[in-house]
Ligand binder design. Structure first.
Ligand SMILES: O=C(O)CCC(=O)C(=O)O
Ligand SMILES: [Fe+2]
Length: 205
């Protein structure tokens, strides 16, 4: 794992968030549901890039279209492709950017990112808005975990061993960032946006 606190300047965070607001206007948030049970996630999701991660009763998967509008996902902003080039060490572009929205009181349970075919690429995660408590353990659910705070502009790369590690978000610290404030219509209660850039299929050739 690599953690890069404050990697994005406040100006870069604001520019990125404005691009993500445009993504959200083309691809509205949907409520993912647990496989089989259909229990809703507390986090809202959307995607940009050629593929997007979705979850419903049928299971977890990547697909090229929005599950509700059936439109192709909007393009990934160039600044995310540049970030991936600068930090991933992977010889191909990311294929999906999952956009998670955490409102007050939401969390994400411990899980592994396991729906990709190529685990040699890292998962590159960008935090925007309120600070959150990130927990990470080992590759087995029962492995010990440790926690640290992730704040707006921080980047975490799940690389190497940690690429297959259990991780999640235990809680938010509401009101710790003003970054989302200009988008009161989209995020009336503030909160946190997390972007994860993912390579799904191996680079061929
Ligand atoms: O919100 C985060 O920092 C982590 C998100 C995550 O683990 C995921 O989307 O798979
Ligand atoms: Fe994850």
């Amino acid at each position: 794992m690599q953690v890069k606190p404050g990697y994005l300047s406040p100006a870069d965070q604001a520019d990125l968030l404005s691009e993500i607001a445009t993504v959200i206007s083309a691809a509205p948030f949907f409520t993912p549901r647990m496989p089989r049970t259909g229990k809703p996630f507390s986090v809202a999701m959307t995607n940009c890039g050629p593929l997007g991660w979705v979850s419903d009763r049928a299971g977890y998967r990547y697909q090229p279209r929005h599950p509700e509008t059936d439109a192709p996902w909007p393009a990934m902003p160039d600044r995310l492709l540049d970030l991936w080039d600068a930090l991933s060490g992977y010889p191909g572009p990311p294929q999906a950017c999952l956009v998670n929205y955490y409102g007050p009181g939401t969390r994400m349970g411990l899980h592994t990112d396991a729906d990709e075919e190529d685990f040699s690429a890292p998962v590159l995660s960008v935090s925007l808005g309120d600070t959150a408590l990130f927990r990470i353990g080992g590759t087995r659910r029962k492995d010990p975990t440790r926690s640290f705070r992730v704040s707006s502009g921080d980047i975490v790369l799940l690389t190497g061993e940690t690429r297959r590690a259990y991780h999640g978000i235990d809680r938010l610290y509401p009101g710790t960032s003003r970054l989302l404030a200009p988008y009161g219509e989209l995020f009336p209660e503030g909160g946190r946006i997390n972007l994860t850039l993912r390579r799904v299929t191996p680079v061929s050739g």
